[in-house]
Design a protein around this ligand. Structure first.
Ligand SMILES: C[S@@+](CC[C@H](N)C(=O)[O-])C[C@H]1O[C@@H](n2cnc3c(N)ncnc32)[C@H](O)[C@@H]1O
Length: 195
């Protein structure tokens, strides 16, 4: 059975982050060094907001646009703009008008899981494909993407496909991700000019 109040849960509370997920992004950043001062970042599936809290600590005078179906109302910072919407339905031209071009896209978006691992993996890869569709239209050349995915049999092939679009693509599982979870993170670094 899942331990709810684990080490990372308590650490998040102590450090005043809105969720334990923050430590996954921190670990990814420590390893891949993708979050830099001055960046404009799109945080997909941003509620309750711990990734955006961490991003705000790191981006200096940069900007964050957070999107989620669920409202986020606990981040009070002029560098943070929230859009309440479903990324599967949002119009990309309208989104681009609101965000401009983006340097980094991070997505922790996940479907609510059903317990059926095939169905969960299939819904997760649909979200991830949409994240990369968004990156094809909004992400700047040399921009990067971090996207959570629930592992399923199609993931390996999909990662290979992404190598056409990015200079480096890798899969990672941070230590703070629960061992029993099938989640991993696609790290796609430096978008190529032609994609
Ligand atoms: C694990 S939570 C994200 C936690 C967040 N990274 C944090 O650190 O606070 C996943 C979020 O993805 C959102 N989500 C799932 N599907 C989505 C969609 N189609 N469009 C927008 N948000 C979505 C959910 O509403 C949920 O808030």
């Amino acid at each position: 059975m899942k331990k709810v109040h684990d080490y990372y849960f308590k650490k998040a509370k102590q450090e005043k982050y809105h969720a334990r997920s923050v430590f996954k992004l921190k670990e990814i950043d420590d390893r891949f060094r993708i979050i830099k001062r001055g960046l404009t970042v799109l945080d997909i599936g941003c509620a309750p907001g711990s990734w955006s809290q961490y991003l705000l600590e790191k981006i200096g005078s940069g900007m964050i646009v957070g999107i989620d179906i669920v409202r986020v109302n606990n981040i009070d910072d002029s560098r943070f703009t929230f859009i309440q919407d479903d990324i599967m339905k949002i119009d990309l031209e309208e989104l681009k008008e609101k965000t401009g071009n983006i340097d980094l896209i991070v997505s922790d978006a996940c479907p609510s899981t059903t317990g059926n691992k095939f169905m969960d993996a299939s819904r997760s890869i649909s979200i991830v494909k949409r994240v990369f569709e968004i990156s094809a239209s909004l992400l700047k050349k040399e921009g990067s993407v971090v996207a959570k995915i629930l592992m399923g049999e199609d993931v390996g092939e999909y990662v290979k496909e992404l190598q056409k679009m990015f200079n480096r693509v890798t899969l990672t599982k941070p230590k703070s991700s629960r061992k029993e979870s099938r989640e991993m993170f696609i790290i796609a670094i430096s978008k190529r000019a032609e994609s």
